[in-house]
Design a protein around this ligand. Structure first.
Ligand SMILES: [Zn+2]
Length: 396
C-alpha cells in the first residue's frame, strides 16, 4: 500500500492554489462588509449629500446637523460642508458643523483632532485668535495633525507680531522635520533684536542677531543688524568685519549700511581707505547711493577736483541722471557761476529729476516701496524685498 507521503510533491503544488482561493474569499468578504456598511448609511445622509451636490448648502446644513451617527465614512462630507461655509465667509455655520462633529461620541480620536483643527481654522478666519490658539494647542496635545496646528499658530503669532511665540512654534516645526523654516525663524530673531535695540538693550539685541545667524548664516538682515549693533557699541572694527560680509553675501544691500560704514571708518581715521574700498565694491556692483557716497567722501577728503575727475569717469562708464546732477553741482561750485547763469538753471532742472531715494521691490509679488520692509506688506513673504532702482546694474 502506498504511503500518503509518496503524494507530497503534489500537495506542495496545491499550496499556491489554496492560497489563491483564500485570498479571493477574503476579497469577496471585504466587498460584502463594505456593501453592508453602505447600506447602514441613513437615507438622511444621502439627502444631505444631494443638497450639497446640487449647491443647496442652506438645506444641507440642518440635515447634517441632525444626523445621529457620524462615522469615518461620512465625516469627510461634514468637513467638506464646513469648508464651503468657511470659504464663503459663513464662519458661524462652519463653527456649528465642527462643534456638532466634536460632540459626537462615535468619532475616532484622529477625526476628533481633525474637527478641532478645522474649528480652530474657523476662529482664525473669523479673527478670533485667542480661541483659535486654544484649539490648536488642544490638537497638539491630542497627537494628531500637530504640524498643521503649529503652522496655523505661526500665522496667528505673525499677525499679532508675537515674535517670541513665533520663534517657539517655528523651532518645534523645524525639530519635527521642516527645515525650510530656517530663514523664517532668522527673521523672527531679527524682529526680537530690533525690539531690544529700540529699548537700548544692545547686548540682548546682539544675542538675538547671533541666534538668527545660527539658523541662517546668509541672513542679510541679521548681518545688517550686527553692523548696527557694533556701531552702537562703538566696536567699529567688528562693524567693518560685518560690512565686508554683507558685500560678499549680497552687495545690493550695501547702500543700507553705507552710513554705518562711513561712521566706522571715520571713527578709525581711515576715510582714505574707505574711498578705495567703496570704489572696489562699486566695480562689482554699481549703485547710485554708493556713487553719491563716494562723491561726498572725495569732496571731504581729497577736494572737489578729485570728485569731479571720479564722476566724469563714472558718467562715461555708466551714464545716469544722479551722476550728471552731482557733476553740474560741482562745476557750479568750482567755477562760481552767477545766480541766473545757464549752468545754474541746468542744475535746478536736473536736481528736479534726479532720483533721491532708493527703491525696493518684492521678488514675489512686485510690490514697490521707498522703504526697506523685511516682510512684504502685500504678499506677507519675508526677505524677498530687494533694493531696485538705486541698483544701476539691475536697471540696465
Ligand atoms: Zn510681495
Amino acid at each position: 500500500m502506498e504511503d500518503i507521503f509518496s503524494y507530497w510533491p503534489w500537495l506542495l503544488l496545491l499550496l499556491p492554489v489554496a492560497y489563491l482561493l483564500g485570498w479571493l474569499k477574503g476579497i469577496s468578504f471585504k466587498k460584502a462588509e463594505s456593501s453592508n456598511s453602505s447600506n447602514s448609511l441613513s437615507s438622511d445622509y444621502f439627502k444631505g449629500l444631494n443638497y450639497l451636490l446640487s449647491d443647496q448648502q442652506e438645506r444641507a446644513l440642518p440635515v447634517f446637523l441632525h444626523l445621529v451617527q457620524v462615522d469615518n465614512e461620512t465625516i469627510d462630507t461634514h468637513l467638506a460642508l464646513a469648508t464651503i461655509y468657511r470659504r464663503s465667509g459663513n464662519y458661524d455655520k462652519a463653527i456649528e458643523v465642527h462643534q456638532n462633529l466634536i460632540a459626537k461620541p462615535s468619532l475616532s480620536a484622529k477625526y476628533r483632532s481633525k474637527a478641532l483643527l478645522e474649528l480652530g481654522r474657523d476662529y482664525l478666519a473669523a479673527g478670533l485668535f485667542d480661541r483659535a490658539e486654544g484649539l490648536f494647542n488642544d490638537v497638539i496635545k491630542n497627537g494628531f495633525y500637530e504640524q498643521q496646528a503649529r503652522q496655523y499658530m505661526l500665522d496667528i503669532y505673525q499677525q499679532e507680531k508675537e515674535w517670541s511665540e513665533a520663534v517657539k512654534v517655528t523651532r518645534s516645526l523645524i525639530q519635527n522635520g521642516d527645515s525650510t523654516l530656517r530663514s523664517l525663524i532668522a527673521q523672527f530673531y531679527c524682529e526680537i533684536s530690533d525690539q531690544y535695540f529700540k529699548k537700548g538693550n544692545i547686548k540682548q539685541a546682539e544675542v538675538a542677531a547671533k541666534d538668527a545667524l545660527s539658523y541662517d548664516s546668509d541672513c542679510i538682515r541679521a548681518i545688517i543688524v550686527r553692523v548696527q549693533n557694533a556701531v552702537a557699541l562703538r566696536k567699529f572694527k567688528d562693524a567693518i568685519k560685518f560690512i565686508k560680509r554683507i558685500e560678499q553675501t549680497d552687495s545690493r544691500y550695501f547702500p543700507v549700511i553705507l552710513p554705518y560704514c562711513i561712521e566706522s571708518y571715520r571713527e578709525l581715521g581711515k576715510l582714505n581707505e574707505l574711498i578705495d574700498y567703496l570704489k572696489s565694491v562699486e566695480s562689482h556692483h554699481a549703485n547710485l547711493s554708493l556713487m553719491q557716497g563716494i562723491v561726498n567722501l572725495l569732496v571731504e577728503v581729497k577736494g572737489e577736483e578729485a570728485a569731479l575727475i571720479y564722476i566724469q569717469k563714472q558718467l562715461v562708464l555708466r551714464p545716469n541722471i544722479n551722476g550728471l546732477a552731482s557733476f553740474i553741482e560741482l562745476m557750479n561750485k568750482q567755477d562760481n557761476f552767477a545766480e541766473n547763469s545757464h549752468f545754474q538753471k541746468l542744475q535746478k532742472a536736473v536736481e528736479h529729476i534726479r532720483q533721491k531715494n532708493d527703491l525696493y521691490q518684492c521678488n514675489k509679488c512686485g510690490y514697490t516701496s521707498g522703504t526697506l520692509n523685511w516682510q512684504c506688506p502685500s504678499c506677507l513673504v519675508w526677505g524677498e524685498i530687494k533694493p531696485l532702482i538705486g541698483d544701476m546694474n539691475a536697471k540696465n
